[in-house]
Write a protein that binds this ligand. Structure first.
Ligand code: NAD
Length: 352
């Protein structure tokens, strides 16, 4: 990857800020844009972790970010990879660069956290999974919505059998992004680096939730269209899904639903229905009233609480040498569903 800027000579300076306790994992952020801010805030005060270094192709952006968060700005990824203080490298770069950054980090012996989606290319994602495995480092993919109490509640009702056999699933991500969102960075809304539109960028969260909660579905039919933005990729996507001969479902994702409405996920099983609105349980109806426990009163985890919850588990899993809660394989399954929708879709509202 081409990254401008001179390499520092000799040893890198010590990291400013807190001293770093024994056994703390040092984090490095690659890319200092919107989501890197969430990482920095999530890491602040997270036990066993501290932000050490950041890098960005835009050196001024990296320096501003480093000053704000008391970290060291380094000119290149390679400089970060040569720092002994960095144990975990987080890919906060455009989606089409996740595997490239992650693989470089894994080969340097660093644990890897990549933002969603794992990448936009499945072969690249598999190379990352294999690279992390052969280097013996952890690989985690961010999917912070899994950490919401309402989502956990639905999972436990499914896993315990309290909902019976799931038969009908309806998921909706009716979001809104103005044209200025797509114009705010050159990679947004491009096939090469965003890997798709609403379904890949915004919908991948729910693709991951569906696979996690219910297993990987088959895409029966799909439609995608670009209707309200000047972008290469879709801003409206609809998919009909099936889970073998057991269950049917729909997933609709858009960035044209002004002003942006709550996400919904409804699962009806043979013994009841649960519906989430923005990941909070709004319906929990079980036939006969029998089930185990009450819905969580807690609301939704916003930013950066969701990232903090997942990063706490990332740190614990590294410490204890166990599998990451959202693994590289999980990231591949969510990506496969998104790519399956694109491969199946007819494009445009007039398509037959
Ligand atoms: N989990 C979530 O809810 C969530 C939310 C927003 C974004 N994201 C993901 O985070 C990623 C980044 O999105 P964003 O909104 O922060 O983008 P952004 O454009 O705001 O930030 C990306 C940054 O990466 C830098 N960059 C680009 N190429 C680089 C390279 N090769 N090396 C180092 N730096 C490089 C850019 O200069 C920019 O500062 C995307 O994959 C996106 O899907 C996840």
């Amino acid at each position: 990857m081409a990254q401008p800027g001179p390499r520092p000579r000799g040893r890198l300076p010590r990291v400013p800020g807190q001293a770093g306790g024994p056994g703390e994992l040092g984090f490095g952020l690659v890319g200092c844009g919107v989501i890197a801010q969430t990482f920095a805030l999530a890491l602040r005060g997270l036990e066993g972790a501290r932000l050490v270094a950041v890098t960005d192709t835009n050196a001024a952006v990296a320096q501003r970010f480093a000053t704000e968060h008391e970290a060291l700005a380094v000119p290149r990824l390679d400089d970060m990879l040569s720092m002994a203080e960095v144990d975990v490298v987080c890919a906060c770069v455009p989606s089409g660069l996740h595997a490239e950054v992650g693989l470089a980090a894994a080969r340097a012996g660093k644990h890897v956290v990549v933002e969603k989606p794992i990448d936009v290319d499945l072969a690249a994602a598999h190379r990352l999974v294999e690279g992390a495995r052969s280097a013996g480092v952890a690989l985690a993919v961010i999917s912070q919505e899994r950490y919401n109490p309402g989502v956990r509640r639905l999972k436990s009702l499914l896993d315990s059998g309290a909902l019976g056999t799931p038969v009908l699933v309806a998921a909706s991500v009716p979001w809104y992004r103005p044209q200025s969102y797509y114009d705010s960075a050159a990679w947004r809304g491009t096939w090469a680096l965003d890997g798709g539109g609403a379904f890949m960028n915004q919908g991948v969260h729910y693709a991951d939730l569906l696979v996690w909660l219910l297993g990987a579905p088959e895409v029966v039919a799909a439609r995608c269209a670009t209707l309200a933005h000047d972008i290469e990729v879709e801003d409206v996507a609809l998919a009909i899904l099936r889970w073998g001969d057991r269950a049917l479902g729909t997933l609709e994702v858009t960035t044209v639903a002004y002003p942006g409405l709550p996400r919904r996920l409804r699962v009806s099983g043979t013994k009841g229905t649960v519906e989430l609105e923005d990941e909070v349980v709004v319906v929990e109806a079980l036939a006969g009233g029998g089930q185990g426990g009450q819905p969580e009163a807690a609301g939704r985890l916003g930013m950066p609480a969701g990232h903090r919850a997942q990063l706490a588990e990332v740190v614990a899993a590294i410490r204890e040498g166990r599998e990451q809660p959202v693994s590289g394989e999980d990231g591949c399954h969510a990506l496969e569903l998104v790519l399956g929708v694109y491969a199946t879709a007819r494009w445009g509202p007039a398509a037959r």
